[in-house]
Design a binder for this molecule. Structure first.
Ligand SMILES: Nc1ncnc2c1ncn2[C@@H]1O[C@H](COP(=O)(O)OP(=O)(O)OP(=O)(O)O)[C@@H](O)[C@H]1O
Length: 240
C-alpha cells in the first residue's frame, strides 16, 4: 500500500499545520489590464494558532483570505488547508473539502434574511448531512447567548446579535479553521469588544485555528501572531 505523505505532517512533537501556502500568487484580469494582487505568499499556520492579518487598505488581506478559505483560486503556488491540497481540487471537490472544515465570519454578517436565527445556523449543518442539526444549532446559539432568540429573523436582531448568529453558524460544524474579516467593523466599540471575546472563547473551546483580518491594534494584540501585508506580500510576521 502506498504511503500517503502530507505537507502538514511534521515531526511527532510539532502540531500539524492547518495552512501551508507556498509562493501563492493571484492575478486578476489578463493582458494589459492584469493586476497582480498576491505576489508570492509563503505562510505556514499551525493548527490552533490565532493570527491577525493587518495591512493598509488594498494590500490584499481579503484576497488572501478568499484564497486560503477556498473561495477564490490562486493563479499559482501550492496551498494545503486542513490537510487538503486546495490547488489540486476541482470546484466540486473544493466545495466538499471546505464544508464543515472552514467557518467564515464577515463584517456584514451575511445572514439569510428569510430564515430565523435557528434556521441560519441549522441549514449549513443539514446541507453537510450532519445528524441532529437543529439540536446542534440550538446548543450553538445558546453558547453565544442567543438561546432566547431562536425564532427571530435577522431584521429583528441587533447588529451584535446578528454577529453572534454568524459566529454560531461558523462554529457549529466544529471547523478546524475560522476566518473572520473585520468582524467588529459594523459594531460599536462595546459590542465589538463583546463579539471579540465571544469569538476567542468559541475558538478556544473548539481548538480551531483563527485567522482574523483587522485594523484594530488591540484585537491584533490578542492574537498569538501578527502578519502584515503590504502590496500583496508579507511585509512583517511577528509572534506574540
Ligand atoms: N475583482 C477584482 N478585480 C481587480 N482588482 C481587484 C479585484 N478585487 C480586488 N482587487 C484589488 O486587489 C487589491 C487588494 O484588495 P483586497 O480587498 O484584498 O485588499 P484589502 O487589504 O483587504 O483591503 P481593505 O482593507 O480595504 O478591505 C486592491 O488593489 C483591489 O482594488
Amino acid at each position: 500500500m502506498g504511503h500517503v505523505t502530507s505537507l502538514s505532517t511534521g515531526p511527532a512533537d510539532t502540531p500539524p499545520s492547518s495552512i501551508v501556502a507556498r509562493d501563492l500568487r493571484l492575478t486578476l484580469g489578463s493582458g494589459a489590464s492584469a493586476v497582480e494582487i498576491l505576489r508570492g505568499i509563503d505562510l505556514t499556520v499551525p493548527q490552533g494558532q490565532t493570527l491577525a492579518l493587518l495591512g493598509p487598505s488594498g494590500s490584499g488581506k481579503s484576497s488572501l483570505m478568499a484564497v486560503l478559505s477556498g473561495l477564490e483560486r490562486a493563479s499559482s503556488g501550492t496551498l494545503e488547508v486542513a490537510g487538503q491540497d486546495f490547488a489540486a481540487l476541482d470546484e466540486d471537490a473544493l466545495a466538499r473539502a471546505r464544508r464543515g472544515r472552514i467557518g467564515i465570519v464577515l463584517q456584514a454578517f451575511h445572514l439569510l434574511p428569510t430564515m430565523t436565527a435557528l434556521e441560519n445556523v441549522a441549514t449549513p449543518l443539514e446541507l453537510a448531512g450532519m445528524d441532529g442539526a437543529r439540536d446542534r444549532a440550538e446548543a450553538e446559539l445558546a453558547a453565544v447567548g442567543l438561546g432566547h432568540r431562536l425564532t427571530h429573523y435577522p431584521a429583528q436582531l441587533s447588529g451584535g446579535e446578528q454577529q453572534r448568529v454568524a459566529i454560531a453558524r461558523a462554529t457549529a460544524p466544529r471547523p478546524v479553521l475560522i476566518f473572520a474579516d473585520e468582524p467588529t467593523g459594523n459594531l460599536d466599540a462595546a459590542t465589538g469588544e463583546a463579539i471579540v471575546e465571544l469569538l476567542f472563547a468559541r475558538r478556544a473551546e473548539t481548538g480551531a485555528t483563527l485567522l482574523i483580518i483587522t485594523h484594530d491594534a488591540s484585537l491584533a494584540e490578542k492574537c498569538q501572531r501578527v502578519v502584515t501585508l503590504a502590496d500583496g506580500h508579507i511585509a512583517n510576521d511577528t509572534r506574540g
